[in-house]
Design a protein around this ligand. Structure first.
Ligand SMILES: Nc1ncnc2c1ncn2[C@@H]1O[C@H](COP(=O)(O)OP(=O)(O)OP(=O)(O)O)[C@@H](O)[C@H]1O
Ligand SMILES: [Mg+2]
Length: 467
């Protein structure tokens, strides 16, 4: 079979996905391909020789294209124009037109080639993307949490308004700077090494986990925040998005809850001691006197009365113990005694456990609340040492240095292997330490015991010596 170049060209024109039309300088239709026929629901035979609006549903669009055709045929360059036209089914479609000059020695004038591409789907996709971006933008812009993106060098790429408000910097002051500007020392100095260490080794500390950290505002003030970090790769580069929640109020609430429960316990302890305890003491006194009087009159009843007295005394002892448990320290000066009592109790309760106490008297200005928190920290740490560490030796030390105080509980147990369990103890100890303006630290090496430290105003240098 032999194809003439004209036949091939015709086949190509009809096979293309663009609507093609050739028009003369007056925009009279000269040629229409199959795609255009199908798209606009027209017949080439019917529209040939007719005006553009015989093919295009919108006369305004037809007129606009006709005027561009006139300019092209006068020798101007090609043009582009966007239009909305009805298709064969009557649906509006977005068509992008190229209006191109078409000169040929066989043609009397410079004609125009109209190339129409149906971009309806593409535009709809772009619009959907724009809408979803706008929604995301709105979400980020109105979020209460600060959202900060950094690149793989730790440089701030983007911040939302909440981040500006939370840290007190404007976006312009943060963009392009190292994110460590938002943290206090020692994290500020360590962040870069941490990030590059993560990029090289994949070892995570915050990424994908989330944790409580300390933030630093522009004015230097510090605040507790919950930080969660996600990672994403864009065009082969890694970026990190941090979502930061200011948890100052949550922390304050935690401290208050702790104080309320402490106060409530103290009240119950006092009521138990002063109310029930006194009544029982009175009753025991009476039964004892009664037993004395019965001794001669009715010896067997006297014996029964003595056993009642015994029971009454047990009740008194138990209510005292309960009261002491609820209110272990009634004055700050009592703390060394209370700690010593706790140690004795532990040794009595757990055979083979040695619990030694070394304690100094607290400075006189220390409030009883502080002493109670210190006692509860020691109680929890000792409890953990026995229960989880199976420790044989526990050492309690309470040291003071001027107004500074340092409580340490060291055990020789098996140590904390991983931060397992959903216990409240470690968290509560740390809240208690914060509640009294102290610093909480827990050091543990598996197999080598655990050391819990709570220090208030303890100088760093002395702290280091103690390690
Ligand atoms: N001194 C210790 N020796 C060994 N493991 C410890 C010690 N202290 C804590 N742990 C480990 O840490 C976990 C958490 O301790 P935490 O005091 O928070 O919770 P808990 O004691 O399990 O429960 P709770 O204190 O609420 O009764 C423990 O379950 C234990 O595995
Ligand atoms: Mg515990």
């Amino acid at each position: 079979m032999v194809f003439s170049p004209g036949t091939v060209a015709h086949a190509v024109l009809n096979a293309t996905s663009s609507a093609l039309m050739v028009v003369d300088p007056q925009a009279r239709i000269f040629f229409v391909n199959h795609t255009a026929e199908k798209l606009f629901g027209i017949s080439a035979a019917k529209v040939k020789g007719g005006p553009l609006n015989a093919a295009l549903s919108d006369p305004v669009v037809a007129a606009a294209i006709a005027s561009l055709v006139a300019r092209v045929s006068r020798g101007e360059q090609d043009f582009q124009v966007d239009s909305k036209l009805k298709d064969a089914a009557g649906n509006l479609r977005h068509i992008k037109w190229d209006v191109l000059p078409l000169a040929h020695r066989d043609l009397p004038d410079i004609m125009a080639l109209l190339v129409g591409r149906d971009v309806t789907r593409q535009i709809a996709a772009e619009e959907a993307l724009r809408r979803s971006e706008a929604r995301l933008r709105a979400l980020v812009d109105t979020a209460v949490d600060a959202i900060i993106t950094i690149d793989d060098h730790g440089k701030i790429e983007s911040v939302n308004p909440a981040a500006e408000k939370m840290f007190g910097y404007t976006a312009a002051e943060m963009l392009g700077k190292g994110v460590e500007m938002l943290m206090p020392e020692p994290y500020r100095g360590e962040h870069h090494a941490y990030l590059s260490n993560y990029l090289h080794t994949g070892k995570r500390r915050v990424i994908g986990i989330g944790r409580e950290v300390t933030g630093q505002r522009r004015d230097g003030s510090l605040f507790p925040m919950y930080l969660s970090v996600g990672e994403q790769t864009v065009d082969g580069r890694r970026y990190f998005t941090g979502i930061v929640r200011d948890i100052t109020n949550v922390k304050r609430m935690e401290v208050e809850v702790l104080e309320i429960s402490e106060r409530e316990q103290q009240r119950i302890g006092q009521d138990l001691h002063d109310g029930l305890g006194q009544l029982l003491t009175g009753a025991a006194f009476m039964t004892k006197a009664m037993a004395g009087r019965l001794e001669k009159l009715n010896p067997s009843m006297a014996l029964e009365m003595q056993s009642i007295t015994q029971i009454m005394n047990d009740c008194i002892r138990q209510s005292r113990e309960l009261a002491r448990g609820l209110q272990p320290v009634s004055e700050a000066a009592d703390l060394p005694t209370a700690l010593a009592q706790m140690a004795t109790q532990v040794e009595n309760l757990f055979q083979g456990v040695v619990c030694r106490v070394q304690s100094a008297a607290l400075p006189p200005e220390v409030p009883v609340g502080v002493a109670t928190h210190l006692y509860r920290i020691a109680q929890e740490a000792v409890g953990n040492a026995v229960r989880h560490g199976q420790a044989r030796h526990i050492e309690l030390s309470l040291r003071t240095l001027g107004p500074a105080v340092r409580l340490m509980i060291r055990d020789d147990g098996k140590g904390i292997a991983a931060r397992d369990g959903d216990g409240m103890g470690l968290k509560t100890m740390s809240y208690r330490a914060r509640a009294i303006g102290g610093h909480f630290d827990i050091r543990s090496t598996p197999g080598h015991g655990t050391m819990v430290i709570c220090s208030i105003g303890w100088p760093d240098t002395v702290e280091k010596e103690a390690r």
